[in-house]
Design a protein around this ligand. Structure first.
Ligand code: CU
Length: 128
């Protein structure tokens, strides 16, 4: 009887884990990501983004997908209309961008995260 209960709990635990793994941390709205969008994963940690240099194509939609390894960070691209998001540990944040012009756009953390915060920067290089 006890052995049976143990088996049942194991099955329940496995079911729960597989449900949690199949559901994204943040539900995506249709307008956030279209099928076929290129997704670039970016990790934020004190005091850098990995990768810190991103190359994308002009006019091609790209979803930037962020996770944090330590604490809350921000992400903003001032020259692209101040587009921004907050990156929280244990969550996934996404920003969809379409850049119509070739150029180099700096991004940085806009939430104070410690002594190296000012240096937490990167760039998006938009190519033809
Ligand atoms: Cu910061």
């Amino acid at each position: 009887m006890i052995q049976q209960k143990k088996g049942l709990w194991l099955v329940l635990a496995l079911v729960m884990v597989s449900i949690m793994m199949s559901v994204p941390a943040v539900p995506l709205h249709a307008e956030d990501q279209a099928e076929g969008d290129q997704v670039i994963r970016i990790t934020a940690k004190r005091f850098e983004y990995i990768p810190s240099e991103i190359r994308i194509q002009k006019g091609v939609p790209v979803v930037l997908e962020f996770t944090s390894l330590d604490r809350i960070h921000g992400f903003t691209i001032p020259d692209l209309g101040g587009i921004r998001t907050t990156i929280e540990p244990g969550k996934v944040s996404r920003v969809r961008i379409v850049v119509p012009t070739v150029g180099t756009y700096e991004f940085h953390c806009d939430l104070f995260c410690g002594d190296g915060h000012e240096g937490m920067t990167g760039k998006i290089i938009v190519e033809d």
